[in-house]
Write a protein that binds this ligand. Structure first.
Ligand code: NOJ
Length: 560
């Protein structure tokens, strides 16, 4: 397998609004990030992925960009950003930026021009259509509820927005738009950045006729995913982007791809096709959603997780490359979702970290994960800030007839703001995040869960993550070894083997709070294995073919 720095890296995601505020306005900023770079260096990560810091009206916290080449005032200046890049590089780390080019903000000057008239030179930078029988051009629904079309009276047409109405979709059919984007990308790369995370990049090619989506349950709008996910020209566009831009630099690329399947992911990441290096697929994030979608809560079955992870581990092996994640700014906190955020918070967070970091692929740590931050339960809907939550609440409770308590419960479990409460740096006021009033409330558990405590405690999740990261740097089997699931039908234990150049790794994790006996199937050969890492005290001499796992226990053995 071809070796590459981005395969051997561990990435840390910063969601700047919630990371660290240096000037007391209650909003995280770039100078605040610089203050914490040594903390990240000590953790051992190699790459920082910075969520959008560009000029934006913040309808979707920066994922609605008004100017791709300037920095949002709340976050600082371009000089601050240049200073950040320099300080990251000085510490031997790399920086990848968020590229949000499926849509822009409606305040971008391209859109301001585009809406002026049908013959404006920027008209075709966006997707405009006349109404159909006095209604929207088709029945597609926005990810953030309601129709994906907004009427604009200036030209008596509708524009497409797969996200909020302030996030009009860009028209990738237009070669001039594509060139402008490639030039913008080169401009950032020439400043010295090390790659891009590409926002919903598998949405950029739409089926040109924009047909109605099937809607068997007769709702007002319907998910039109099949007409814009992995659309007809997507591979052509990415190959063009690669040829014109990416191939000219030694960079890392990861495409966020809701709904992507294995067949398409192979095409996106197959290095002989020159598209992207990795994708963020969502299959494992959708396993606890019922037929009604994200807000329809369903307990996760461990065997479903095994099927999904194993499929991706073996499917991309030798073809492309996996990204590994259990958290990001759009997902609830992993310890609340898959672990136990009460009596086994520390143990289960370490178990989940072990499970993920021993897989093949590039691991991503989301800010706060390394200290085991948990979901939050605000009592009032007004304490939530996320547009997705508010639009959904309005549609289901205010305009619909869903029960308030039921929807609040779903928000507590699945809402994106679970990941967006400020980072808990210490036990002082506002968790040390800001001297001012934080833009979103801090999680009240910050007096016991915070980075200061974690750094001082040698048994913390933070120090365990440091070990996991170091192990990846010293054992190539963790990066490059192949993967084999064992005990596929077990509903509590997730165990797998890795193999590389005559070495073997055995990873055993207990996803439950029960004590359970693990037994290695007799068909598995594993001689002279030594304990590499564990989240409980385990005697070196304890037999490794059969042992009792404590609640949420994780052990890794290595044989040479
Ligand atoms: C995916 C991003 O991760 C999410 O935060 C955002 O709301 C949508 N794309 C739209 O940009």
């Amino acid at each position: 397998m071809k070796q590459a720095w981005w395969k051997e890296s561990v990435v840390y995601q910063i969601y700047p609004r919630s990371f660290n505020d240096s000037n007391g306005d209650g909003i995280g900023d770039i100078l605040g990030i610089i203050e914490k770079l040594d903390y990240l260096k000590d953790l051992g990560i190699n790459v920082i992925w910075l969520s959008p810091v560009y000029e934006s009206p913040n309808d979707d916290n920066g994922y609605d960009i008004a100017d791709y080449q300037s920095i949002m005032d709340e976050f600082g200046t371009m000089e601050d950003w240049e200073h950040l890049l320099k300080e990251i590089h000085n510490r031997g780390m790399k920086l990848i930026m968020d590229l949000v080019v499926n849509h822009s903000s409606d305040e971008h000057h391209w859109f301001q021009e585009s809406k002026k008239s049908k013959d404006n030179p920027y008209r075709d930078y966006y997707i405009w259509r006349p109404g159909k029988d006095g209604k929207e051009p088709n029945n597609w629904e926005s990810t953030f509820s309601g129709s994906a079309w907004e009427y604009d009276e200036t030209t008596d047409e509708y524009y497409l927005h797969l996200f909020s109405r302030k996030q009009p979709d860009l028209n990738w059919e237009n070669p001039q738009l594509r060139q402008d984007i490639y030039n913008m990308m080169k401009w950032w790369l020439d400043k010295g950045i090390d790659g891009f995370r590409m926002d919903v990049i598998n949405f950029i090619s739409k089926v040109p006729e924009l047909p109605d989506a099937p809607n068997p349950d007769g709702r007002k709008y319907s998910n039109g995913g099949q007409y814009y996910m992995d659309g007809p020209r997507i591979h052509e566009f990415l190959q063009e982007m690669n040829k014109e831009v990416l191939s000219k630099y030694d960079v890392m690329t990861v495409g966020e791809m809701p709904g992507v399947n294995m067949e398409e992911a192979k095409k996106y990441t197959d290095f002989t096709r020159n598209e992207l290096q990795m994708v963020f697929q969502f299959e494992h994030m959708d396993l606890d959603a019922g037929p009604g979608g994200k807000w329809d809560l369903k307990p996760l079955k461990l065997t479903d997780l095994k099927d999904s992870i194993s499929k991706w581990q073996t499917g991309l092996h030798g073809v492309g490359w996996n990204s590994l994640y259990l958290n990001n700014h759009d997902q609830p906190r992993m310890v609340s979702r898959l672990g136990n955020d009460k009596e086994y918070r520390v143990i289960s967070a370490k178990m989940l970290g072990t499970f993920l970091h021993m897989l093949q692929g590039t691991p991503y740590i989301y800010q706060g994960e390394e200290i085991g931050m948990t979901n939050v339960q605000f009592d009032s809907i007004d304490d939530y800030k996320d547009i997705e939550i508010h639009n959904m609440y309005k549609e289901k409770v205010i305009e619909g007839n869903e029960n308030h308590d039921k929807i609040m419960k779903a928000i507590h479990v699945k809402g994106r703001d679970n990941a967006r409460t400020p980072i808990q740096w210490d036990a002082s006021k506002n968790a040390g995040f800001t001297d001012g009033e934080p833009w979103i409330k801090v999680n009240p558990n910050y007096s016991s869960i915070n980075a200061k405590q974690a750094v001082e405690d040698p048994d913390s999740i933070y120090h365990y993550y440091r070990q996991l990261i170091q192990l990846r740097k010293t054992h190539p089997i963790i990066v490059y070894g192949d993967y084999k699931l064992i005990l596929p039908n077990h509903e509590e234990i997730y165990a797998y083997l890795r193999e590389y150049k005559g070495e073997k790794l055995l990873v055993v994790t207990n996803f439950s709070k029960k004590e359970i006996t693990f037994e290695l199937p007799s068909s598995v050969e594993l001689d002279n294995a030594k304990l590499l890492i564990a989240n409980y005290d385990v005697s070196e001499n304890e037999p490794y073919r059969k042992f009792v796992l404590q609640p949420y226990e994780a052990r890794v053995y290595k044989a040479e």
